[in-house]
Design a protein around this ligand. Structure first.
Ligand SMILES: [Zn+2]
Length: 485
């Protein structure tokens, strides 16, 4: 009996991880892949239409996966082009999940939850284990019976062993075809006495200037700078504006079909959007990876992440609203949470209200700092603003409530601070590689640093190899210091 218990106790947990991989296709393969996505969009539209008809006839809604599958079977083969039953069922699964998630939120008296209602031309298709074939970089997607087999090529090796891969999702983003590979990955096991210790707690204050400010035990701290991400967002907005201004005169009048040049403009805009999203997400993933590596190095077993839920709903004017939207806090916290889970670190969300305005030394309220430096007028404490947040988040419980004033529960305010950057690969991050979206400076081509050069090659994890002495806390101009960063 005990050996069974030991065996269960020793079973490592598993987590699901997803990687997105681009596809290399011939024009014919590309056409067929888009055909699958369009057919999936048709399935989605059919389900929405069905729901509408039933609502109009006063019939109860049809949302169970099994019932929807019965309806699909009635449609018969060949209704949805090359899309096979398993692909079509994945769309039904998506609808069913979305419907029940909304129903649950509405039961919990959330009146803003809406049932799926928007038709889409393209819908992602998911294929589960056993329906596709993955042979190194070659992937065979299942198609309807009678159609020739559809093989496509991945543009990199999947980062998981083949036997761990559970599903593959075909999707389109800004005209680029890619697949999301989801795998069941075991939680990292650490040698005894060297793994993360749950008693060692670190508080994390997510922000815009610093995506993660970590206050750990032993007066250790980590600051990840997100200025490159913010620059990327800023340039993308400028670029979008410039493009929109140029194309505005070509916009079709109401009732007109768009011209070819207008459609080209729209396509380019979608591509730029997708590229921007990819860049920001990649940088956020790297920032989270830096935090987790640092935590493992310091044997931190519990991460308390400040959840800024209240900030998101505040209306703070168009500029600040845009800043908050561009922050992508859901993704930021999500990737940190996932990476912590896989590393065997417990991550919990705590209410961060008041943590950035309480002095970590005397636990009294202090005025909101204008810049990066926090100063307590009562006891004279001075420290980095975001680390103050982190140090106050660490002793908090999940339920929120006042910050405990007990000295023993607090992590010591970080004295030794490690500085890292998020998005070191982003264009314009170093002086030798200017972002091509920036206008040449000094007025003309004479002052231009020339054509954009590729980023320096990266070795290993992109952020870890930098010398820790890189300080980047330049004083910010006073106009840039408003609001939550
Ligand atoms: Zn104080």
């Amino acid at each position: 009996m005990w050996c069974l218990a030991v065996a269960i106790g020793m079973l490592p947990g598993v987590v699901h991880r997803t990687a997105r991989i681009g596809l290399r296709t011939t024009p014919a393969q590309r056409r067929r892949c888009f055909g699958l996505l369009v057919s999936a969009g048709d399935v989605w539209s059919c389900v929405l239409d069905l729901a509408r008809w039933r609502r109009q006839d006063g019939l109860p809604p049809l949302a169970g996966y099994q019932e929807l599958c019965c309806e699909l079977a009635k449609a018969g083969p060949g209704t949805f082009g090359e899309l096979d039953t398993r692909g079509a069922r994945s769309v039904l699964r998506r609808y069913s999940d979305a419907w029940f998630a909304t129903a649950k939120r509405r039961r919990d008296s959330d009146a803003t939850a809406r049932y799926p209602r928007r038709k889409r031309r393209l819908m992602p298709v998911r294929y589960y284990h056993g329906t596709f074939t993955l042979d190194e970089r070659r992937l065979r997607l299942p198609v309807a019976r009678g159609c020739p087999p559809l093989w496509v090529r991945l543009d990199r090796d999947p980062p998981y062993p083949a036997d761990q891969i559970r599903s593959i999702t075909l999707l389109n983003e800004g005209g680029r075809l890619s697949v999301e590979v989801t795998a069941e990955v075991p939680v990292t096991t650490h040698p005894h006495g060297r793994g993360p210790d749950p008693a060692r707690v670190a508080g994390i204050d997510p922000g815009i200037i610093h995506p993660f400010a970590v206050a750990g035990p032993d007066a250790q701290g980590l600051l990840v700078s997100g200025r490159a991400i913010r620059a990327e967002t800023h340039l993308h907005l400028q670029d979008t504006r410039r493009r929109a201004r140029k194309a505005a005169s070509r916009a079709p009048k109401p009732g007109q079909a768009g011209s070819r040049r207008w459609r080209q403009h729209r396509r380019r805009q979608r591509q730029a959007e997708a590229k921007h999203r990819r860049r920001v997400k990649q940088a956020q993933h790297e920032a989270a990876r830096t935090v987790i590596d640092w935590c493992l190095q310091h044997r931190i077993g519990t991460l308390k992440i400040g959840a800024p839920r209240g900030v998101l709903r505040l209306k703070a004017g168009r500029r600040h609203n845009k800043r908050i939207r561009d922050w992508r806090i859901g993704h930021l916290i999500g990737c940190l949470h996932d990476k912590a889970e896989q590393a065997g670190i417990t991550a919990v969300l705590v209410d961060e209200r008041g943590t950035s305005s309480t002095c970590p030394a005397c636990h009294r309220l202090a005025p909101k700092p204008r810049g990066r430096a926090f100063h307590c007028p009562r006891c004279g404490f001075t420290g980095h603003r975001d680390l103050v947040g982190g140090a106050n988040i660490a002793p908090r419980t999940t339920e929120g409530g006042p910050i405990p004033t007990d000295e023993r529960q607090h992590v010591a305010f970080p004295v030794e601070i490690t500085h890292r950057r998020a998005g070191p690969h982003l264009p314009g991050v170093s002086s030798t590689r200017r972002d091509p979206r920036r206008r040449p400076h000094h007025g003309g081509p004479r002052g231009s640093p020339g054509r954009p050069r590729p980023a320096p090659p990266q070795t290993g994890t992109s952020l870890a190899n930098r010398p820790p002495a890189e300080r980047e806390d330049q004083p910010t101009p006073p106009h840039a210091n408003r609001g939550k960063r």
